[in-house]
Design a protein around this ligand. Structure first.
Ligand code: UDP
Length: 481
């Protein structure tokens, strides 16, 4: 497009917090570049996003949140099951049938999405429409083909991990230790029980659909930045034959405290309380513990974490996700009876449910991030210069963890190879010495992650590599269709 031209971007996130949040951020980035943006969502998810929507409305950015009805009833899901994080833990079978229904329901959004885009096309024939879809929504391919729209696939996953994903697909027989092939440095990682997206046979169809969707896309937009992984970005582009646009870290578009505090959902604990707590602690002294938006833990595991955090004798913020009412009751009872919260009250903050993660990570008192290594969390740790303690739980997280500990060397792993998806059945001990080491003796690591944080910020600012990539991408002739 020529300078000054406006395109209408229709963004289609997958309905999970780790996919919606970076897509909303990317929508803000496009709107800040003067583009018109529609973000497709569903009533339940829109309700959660209300604080973000209000904030964006007040800022004057042109983002329209379009709520399409999620067909829960048609696919046999209970009302409100419109996000991966509300699907209950299966009691026995980890790969619950509910997930298949959820993916089926997501694919059924094709029809209303098509109708919405057609309506927009009739409304304004002059503005070109471009679709940006999450990689987990391969069903969008047919919509873009039918309406003859350019379509780009958005990944909030780093290229290092995407390479892993491809290599593992071809080497499903590899042994206990996996050596990342063809790299300048030899990287050996223990083979966990699960390494790639949709690795089980019943989800094989998703891998195939994603492959086809990526192959026919007009390019891949990746939430990473060039300086973080130049070798892997180039290699992945060669492997796939696709144009890759590193456009991140998109979370850096949240500059004001209120924007940082209102990402994804509203926390039950007020921002003031969290900031007061952090302000009262010494610089770089607080361990922030969170395992993201999906992983759920057993009561015994949660007790183990509580014990580990207390034993490390450092201040901590512990985010506990309950998922289900029965777990909540048990944990609350334990917290009361054991007295952990009371005993550590001068140095701890326990957040039930949702936490304003980047508000916490960007605070000067946060000294270490105990993370499950979802890519958003990993990149947020990098962007705000916080060394990490890694506990990967499922899918891409094991590869992200190896990027953190073996490639970037900005974190220490707790040594797990066992998958935790919606529930863990064995108990992972929390190695207190590792926590203490990262906080007290992690100077080298901290220096490296602070350098990366500077590079991340520079890349996202005007003149930086990600900023330039976005400007170049917006000028591509393909987008002028
Ligand atoms: N997040 C948050 N508060 C929480 C939990 C998660 O703000 O209490 C955000 C986090 O900052 C990140 C996203 O939710 O942007 C989680 O994505 P990630 O890829 O790290 O992990 P997932 O939740 O998909 O496993």
């Amino acid at each position: 497009m020529m300078a000054g031209d406006v395109a209408h971007f229709v963004l289609v996130p997958f309905m999970a917090q780790g996919h919606i949040i970076p897509m909303v951020d990317f929508g803000r980035v496009l709107a800040e570049h003067g583009m018109q943006v529609s973000l497709i969502t569903t009533p339940f998810n829109l309700c959660r996003l209300q604080a973000t929507v209000d904030r964006i409305d007040r800022s004057g950015l042109l983002i329209d949140f379009v709520s399409l009805c999620f067909p829960t009833e048609e696919v046999g899901l209970p009302e409100g099951y419109e996000n991966v994080d509300v699907i209950p833990s299966p009691k026995t079978d980890v790969k619950s049938d509910l997930f298949h229904k959820f993916f089926k329901g997501a694919a059924m959004l094709a029809e209303p999405l098509e109708a919405y885009i057609q309506q927009m096309q009739h409304k304004n024939l002059k503005i070109p429409i471009i679709m940006v879809t999450d990689f987990c929504n391969p069903w969008t391919r047919k919509v873009s083909e039918k309406l003859d729209l350019p379509r780009l696939v958005f990944y909030s996953v780093c290229c290092y991990t995407l390479i892993f994903d491809k290599i593992f697909e071809r080497n499903s027989e590899v042994g206990d230790v996996f050596v990342v092939p063809d790299l300048e440095q030899r990287i050996e990682v223990p083979r966990p029980t699960e390494y790639i997206f949709f690795s089980t046979p019943e989800f094989e169809y998703m891998r195939l659909e994603i492959k086809n969707s990526d192959q026919s896309a007009d390019g891949l937009l990746i939430n990473t930045f060039y300086e973080l992984e130049p070798m892997f970005i180039e290699r992945y582009s060669k492997m796939t034959g696709k144009k890759i646009w590193p456009v991140g870290p998109v979370s850096l578009c949240n500059k004001e405290i209120a924007d940082k505090a209102m990402r994804g959902a509203r926390s039950l604990v007020g921002d003031d309380k969290i900031l007061d707590f952090l302000d009262s602690m010494a610089p770089k002294s607080v361990v922030y513990f969170s395992l993201g938006s999906i992983t759920r833990l057993s009561v015994i595991q949660l007790k183990e974490i509580g014990k580990g955090l207390e034993a490390a004798r450092h201040p901590f913020i512990w985010v506990i996700r309950y998922g289900e009412k029965s777990l909540e009751d048990e944990i609350e009872k334990w917290l009361r009876e054991d007295g952990l919260e009371e005993r550590t009250k001068m140095r701890s903050l326990i957040i039930r449910g949702w936490a304003p993660q980047i508000l916490i990570l960007s605070h000067a008192s946060t000294g270490a991030f105990f993370t499950h290594c979802g890519w958003n969390s990993s990149l947020e740790g990098i962007s705000f210069g916080v060394p990490m303690i890694t506990w990967p739980c499922f899918a891409d997280q094991f590869a992200n963890a190896s990027f953190i500990t073996e490639v970037a060397k900005i974190g220490v792993g707790i040594g797990v190879t066992e998958t935790v998806f919606l529930q863990n059945y064995t108990v992972t001990p929390i190695p207190t010495p590792i926590l203490v080491k990262v906080i007290d003796n992690g100077e080298e690591m901290r220096k490296r992650v602070l350098d990366l944080s500077e590079a991340a910020k520079t890349s996202f600012e005007i003149g930086g590599s990600s900023h330039k990539n976005i400007s170049l991408f917006l000028q591509k002739p393909i987008l002028r269709k």
